[in-house]
Design a protein around this ligand. Sequence first.
Ligand SMILES: Cc1ncc(COP(=O)(O)O)c(C=O)c1O
Length: 382
Amino acid sequence: MLTWCEINLAHIRHNVRTLRRVLGSGPELIAVVKANAYGHGLIEVARTCQAEGVRWFGVAEVAEAVVLQEALDPPCQLLLLGYAEAEELAEAVRRRVHLGVFDEAYAEQVDQVAAAVGQSARVHLKIDTGLSRQGVLAAEGLPFVRACFNLPHLEVAGLWTHFACADSGHPEDVAQPLARFLTLRDALRAQGWPVPFLHAANSAATLFYPPAHLDGVRCGLALYGLWPNPALAPRLEAQAIVLFPALSWKSKLVQVKTVPAGSSVSYGASFTTTRPTRLGVVGVGYGDGYDRGLSNVGEILVRGVRCPIRGRVCMKHVVVDLTDLPAEITPRAGEEVTLLGPAGGDCITADELAAHLDTINYEITTRLPPTLPRVFDDPPAN
Ligand SMILES: Cc1ncc(COP(=O)(O)O)c(C=O)c1O
């Protein structure tokens, strides 16, 4: 095995407990495990969360809901955050998956499918409070919710929204959309409609804005020990809220050799050595998900020491410069190196890779190919 991920489930456990402590006993924690649990491994992460008392999971696809329904014992509540195509809806209704419903036309489609299946569909009505993604505008929410309550095969089980800028660090970025959401709730109550399970907060709103906790929160990033906005981490660490990243990514050296000054390195000769240089060829490349954008800018930990990438990342190889390693370190082919995560006293974080690649930590872990082997510490039995 030349490249693999290691998932520290003990850290996931810690992060779930931390979120539970932040939430207190009232609000439900909906663990967002879409996209292979943000690259961490859907089943193992969900089982770990379940062992910590999590009873709700958020997924993006019906296929993920099916996998979880078969893997989790006892069964949990599954909320489909995304859109289900017509042919999958019947399966989701039959399995009693909670469906996000985004407009009246989709609500009617779900109602018809539920009628055909002979079972009511559990739906959570999505309100757009400023993200302008899925959902009905809060100002138009009242007739939408009323129409859904009147569809005979829908069981309205939740009302939800999603924030655009909860990670900004400015409370008003949550307070304002939340106020729009709660205005709708109050109008529904005033008209005598039973207001179901209300949920709005993602990780950032959960951590930074407790009034948004409502009846439940939907947390992804924080479960995995990543900060929605790393610049804000110190604020919470001052309150002893500490999250531990759970994912490391490893590979191995496949060759170590010295080249003379003036040697060009890798395709396109984008790096030329200026001194006799000890190079390590690492057995990972963009074919394994290691981004080509890290060419000549990324670093890899060899025995816990940062070594710069030289030249372009190839499909299955990347070359690092070992010349400045302390004299007592003589790496050899076959030994492990760290692409992401801690080693020795140092750590390459998802945020660091994201900064090199002009993206966010979410994308770094989520885009790790599902085919990369995941090795789990202490996986929960089922
Ligand atoms: C609708 C919805 N809710 C909750 C989340 C979880 O957000 P986070 O990972 O920031 O906690 C997401 C993630 O993208 C989402 O799309």
